[in-house]
Design a binder for this molecule. Structure first.
Ligand code: NAD
Length: 497
């Protein structure tokens, strides 16, 4: 069985803990690979490698750093298909969706290629007699990234391209469920000429994460994953004096006003709820149908849901693949029966679904639940699977109150033809990313990504300007080249009059 190792100091390093985690092909249910969970010493070796590399990388020229990133961008572009295939093999999402993930990661690499303009400082001349003030931003040192299973290539690329472009060195702890895509990215970075130790990977579980959180040489931690772990990461990182951004889970609401184009809204609800089997932090998991068009909207969503093609991600005919593990699939399925018992109407029941020839795969059909009570677990929890809840609201005000009382605030969207209502929604809704007739409003690379409330712990969002701010710290330099007339004793507080 193939074992996936760590990547330390520019090369693969065999894990020695004797502790392994399974890596499955979710379409067949077979375990084809395993990963070696890191020991504390192996995490320390990765951090030491990153620390040693920082001595020269942190002071290297912008031209040198961006030259590596441009070469990496070309390699990534040339290997899109191969990386997407690695994602499909371990995550299960369909190939076209995996290609989309690679494209969104590449977008951040391209942003990082232009880091020189983002790192330009500011200069004010003659703030006082012969005094100039300059603001610059410098790298932090060794930074760590801890990433989830659902975007095994894109989420690491939300982090490391900007981090290393800013002059930091990086230690990634990818999800133990689908580690091969990021391992391939490490090989491509080396091929692009990235010096040894600038980018490292430790495979592992909680033990590896905890060591990164407490390691004195790790200056900052970027985390993306579920809310309970995000909260834990923030607390532990702060306790150890680190800068932290920890993105958590979500329950994204799509509000549909009665004047919306119902066919368009139904199409978008399907795409956003069931794409990637609902395993997206920006998936629409709740449709809030306002007014008297709810029955018609549910009918149109149901009609589309029944026709979705579910199968292995390698089959170009499949529109939705399997879920990540058998346990997760079963847990998602349990929400459907639970919702029925708690008062929801099961309009489409995807439980018990199997794909011919892939009976052991982690497949689940899509489910549509209508009139879901807000007290039901299916409404209250992040299900992270192909289950769409519909909630009815009498008015816009009722709908916005419902959305704003959610504990999460990642993404949300409004579907309407009314510009005034859309404008009100943008200003009133409590979420970090808002779509107007756009169901999955993931910002482009040069705008930052992040939610509110239980969807993000910390202050700065990822990538875009916030990403650059997160991976650098500010320094302000006040300079005077004195004239003989500037001398003299004055104990007063310096002012600039
Ligand atoms: P997860 O929280 O289980 O795991 C995320 C990472 O944390 C993994 O690397 C994992 O090994 C590590 N980890 C898990 N348990 C840990 C523990 N007890 N102590 C220390 N580290 C631990 O998340 P997941 O299941 O891999 O990913 C799905 C979740 O991620 C969903 O909740 C989803 O909404 C969220 N997510 C959020 C965003 C966002 O941008 N807000 C993006 C993608 C995914």
């Amino acid at each position: 069985m193939k074992t996936i190792h760590h990547w330390i100091g520019g090369k693969p390093v065999e894990g020695t803990s004797g502790r392994f985690g399974p890596v499955y092909d979710p379409a067949t249910g077979a375990q084809g690979k395993r990963i070696a969970f890191a020991t504390t010493d192996e995490v320390d070796a990765a951090v030491a490698s990153a620390r040693a590399a920082f001595a020269s990388w942190g002071g290297s020229s912008l031209a040198k750093r961006t030259a590596v990133l441009f070469r990496f961008r070309e390699l990534l572009d040339a290997h899109r298909d191969e990386i997407a295939a690695l994602i499909t093999a371990e995550h299960g999402k369909v190939h076209s969706d995996a290609l989309g993930e690679v494209a969104r990661g590449l977008e951040i690499v391209e942003l990082a290629c232009g880091i020189s303009s983002q790192l330009k400082g500011e200069l004010s001349t003659e703030v006082s007699n012969r005094v100039d003030v300059a603001s610059i931003r410098q790298p932090l040192g060794v930074v760590a990234g801890i990433t989830p299973f659902n975007f095994p290539a894109m989420v690491p690329m939300w982090m490391f391209p900007l981090a290393i472009a800013c002059g930091n060195t990086f230690v990634l702890k990818p999800s133990e469920k689908d580690p091969s895509a990021s391992f391939r990215l490490a090989e491509l970075l080396a091929e692009a000429g990235l010096p040894e130790g600038v980018f490292n990977i430790v495979q592992g579980d909680k033990a590896a994460v905890d060591r990164l959180l407490e390691h004195p040489d790790v200056a900052a931690v970027s985390f993306v994953g579920s809310t309970p772990i995000a909260k834990y990461i923030q607390l532990r990182a702060v306790e150890h004096g680190k800068r932290v951004q920890a993105l958590g889970g979500a329950k994204n609401h799509m509000l549909v006003l009665p004047d919306a184009d119902l066919d368009y809204a139904a199409d978008q609800a399907i795409n956003a709820a069931y794409g990637s089997a609902g395993e997206r932090c920006m998936a629409v998991s709740v449709v809030v149908a306002v007014g008297d068009t709810g029955d018609e909207l549910v009918a149109r969503i149901a009609e589309r849901a029944k026709n979705l093609r579910i199968g292995p991600g390698t089959d170009p005919a499949s529109e939705m693949g399997p879920l990540i593990t058998r346990e997760h699939r079963d847990k998602v399925a349990s929400y459907v029966a639970g919702a029925a018992a708690q008062g929801a109407e099961v309009v489409v029941d995807g439980t018990g679904y199997s794909v011919e020839g892939h009976e052991d795969g982690f497949f689940l059909g899509v489910s549509l639940l209508d009139k879901v009570p807000v007290t039901a677990d299916a409404y209250r929890d992040e299900i992270f699977g192909p289950v769409l809840c519909v909630v009815r609201a009498g008015t816009y005000d009722e709908a916005i109150e419902l959305i704003n009382s959610s504990r999460w605030g990642n993404g949300t969207a409004i579907f309407t033809r009314d510009g005034g209502a859309a404008r009100r929604f943008q200003l009133e809704v409590q979420a970090g990313m808002v779509g107007v007739n756009v169901p999955i409003p993931v910002p482009v690379g040069y705008h930052s990504f992040g939610g509110w409330k239980d969807s993000l712990f910390g202050d700065l969002h990822v990538y875009g300007n916030d990403g650059v701010a997160f991976y650098t710290r500010g320094k302000v330099i006040t300079t005077r080249w004195p004239d003989p007339a500037d001398g003299g004793i004055n104990l007063g507080f310096p002012s600039h009059s």
